[in-house]
Write a protein of this length. Structure first.
Length: 198
């Protein structure tokens, strides 16, 4: 520096951090890795985090990042370990049954079972199986159908709506039958009159 020039800082070093500069770097690294910043505990994630956000972020991480990685890895293991050894029937797969973030919510599962049973789509035992309950041996294998509904077999074809020409022909046939009935009544009445005069 030239003589007589003095350099001074306006404050602490954190004042030199432009707003969001470090957050932008954190966000980009997390985006590349497919990891929500709130799960790692980075500032950019924690600024907007709540418990609900954290739970949804975990679910999104498992469903959007890890499942894809596991699928790619188990395909590679199948090809590398089994197919090269001549095994064409078996395959390597990750078991995700015990990962809560990949399971259906218990409330949603219960709602789905109840709606399926009430809509006559599944039996009571099928609904119990969905929610993880044992079957009911006495009243379980039944469907419910509201009394206001009528069952029609799917094989029974619905009669198509009549065309205008068919409706006209039906009206003409009804008019003809009505005229013939009137003629018979008139003939019967005339016969009674002739019988009464004799």
């Amino acid at each position: 520096m030239p003589p007589g020039v003095e350099a001074t800082y306006p404050g602490l070093l954190e004042d030199l951090d432009w707003p969001g500069l470090s957050g932008m770097s954190e966000a980009r690294v997390c985006a590349v890795l497919g990891t929500p910043a709130v799960l790692v505990g980075l500032r950019v994630g924690l600024e907007q985090s709540t418990y609900a956000n954290y739970s949804e972020a975990r679910k999104a991480f498992f469903q959007g990042t890890l499942v894809g990685l596991w699928n790619a890895l188990d395909d590679a293991l199948t090809m590398g370990l089994l197919r090269q050894e001549g095994d064409t029937e078996n395959e390597v797969r990750f078991n995700t049954d015990d990962i809560p973030e990949l399971q259906e919510d218990a409330t949603a599962r219960s709602t789905r079972a109840t709606q399926g049973f009430q809509g006559s789509l599944i039996t009571r035992n099928e609904g119990r199986a969905i929610i993880g309950e044992p079957p009911d041996p006495i009243n379980g294998d039944v469907y419910i159908v509201p009394m206001s509904m009528v069952e029609i077999p799917a094989t029974q074809a619905r009669k198509p709506e009549p065309t205008e020409a068919e409706m006209e022909a039906e009206r003409a046939a009804e008019a003809k039958a009505e005229a013939e009935l009137e003629a018979e009544r008139a003939a019967a009445a005339a016969g009674e009159t002739v019988g009464a005069q004799a």
